[in-house]
Design a binder for this molecule. Structure first.
Ligand code: SAM
Length: 219
């Protein structure tokens, strides 16, 4: 169990409200645009929470496997999005995703990477579950120094340096890696002090290469 699991179980019932105060739905549109998933394709939403990304994907006709460490979050997600077809929830951890190798066309991870224990390994797991040619989109926080987020919201990492994220994408074997500004901020006020965080958000994108064993040509 990760340190943040009890916290996310606890806040699951109020997560939608909290999330709306942190960042806007424009971020979801930008993440979706970056991958452009087609109707009927299969996506994974990692650290899905109550389904912020999942909902946007289902509305576009994309099938979704929503993964989270918190059953409380997944129960709410399933209840909220029960009208949609093509949704599957799986309880699991970043270090070993409960998804088969090469299964999904796209992977989304919104505000998940700064909670995982080992971001480089988590990105390798994301690459593992992608089909050849599949697209990974991570939306997360730029590096910051708001320590109160570690204590109050169980953040494991105080954001990331974009060059580091890009290097992790490349180490995971992803092609055309880019990490750019999402032109959106994550805003949060401390409950225990007068600090107020306003943190810029990046969009990281990478593509899994096509399999080296393509169709054989006969002479
Ligand atoms: C900040 S919330 C973001 C939720 C959702 N993506 C959103 O944008 O509203 C982070 C989510 O990641 C999940 N999470 C954190 N660490 C995880 C891990 N190691 N494995 C699986 N899920 C994890 C939490 O339970 C939580 O639901």
């Amino acid at each position: 169990m990760t340190d943040s699991k009890p916290y996310f179980d606890h806040v699951s019932a109020t997560w939608d409200e909290m999330r709306a105060s942190f960042f806007s739905e424009k971020l979801r549109e930008k993440a979706l645009e970056a991958a452009g998933p087609g109707v009927g394709t299969l996506a994974a939403d990692l650290g899905a929470g109550t389904g912020f990304m999942t909902e946007g994907l289902l509305k576009k006709g994309v099938r979704v496997i929503a993964v989270d460490q918190s059953q409380a979050m997944l129960d709410l997600l399933a209840r909220k999005l029960s009208e949609f077809r093509g949704l599957e929830c799986r309880l699991g951890d970043a270090g070993r995703l409960p998804i088969e190798d090469g299964l999904v066309d796209s992977v989304f991870a919104n505000m998940y990477l700064h909670h995982v224990e080992d971001p480089a390994e988590a990105i390798k797991e994301m690459a593992r579950i992608l089909k050849p040619g599949g697209i990974l989109v991570i939306t997360d926080l730029d590096e910051h120094d708001f320590e109160f987020l570690r204590v109050e919201q169980h953040d494991r990492w105080l954001g990331f340096v974009r060059e580091q994220v890009s290097a992790w994408l490349e180490e995971a074997g992803l092609k055309d890696a880019s990490v750019t500004c999402a032109s959106e901020n994550c805003c949060s006020d401390s409950k225990d002090s007068d600090q107020s965080a306003q943190i810029s958000i990046f969009i990281a994108r990478g593509r899994k290469g096509m399999s080296p064993c393509g169709p054989r040509r006969h002479r």
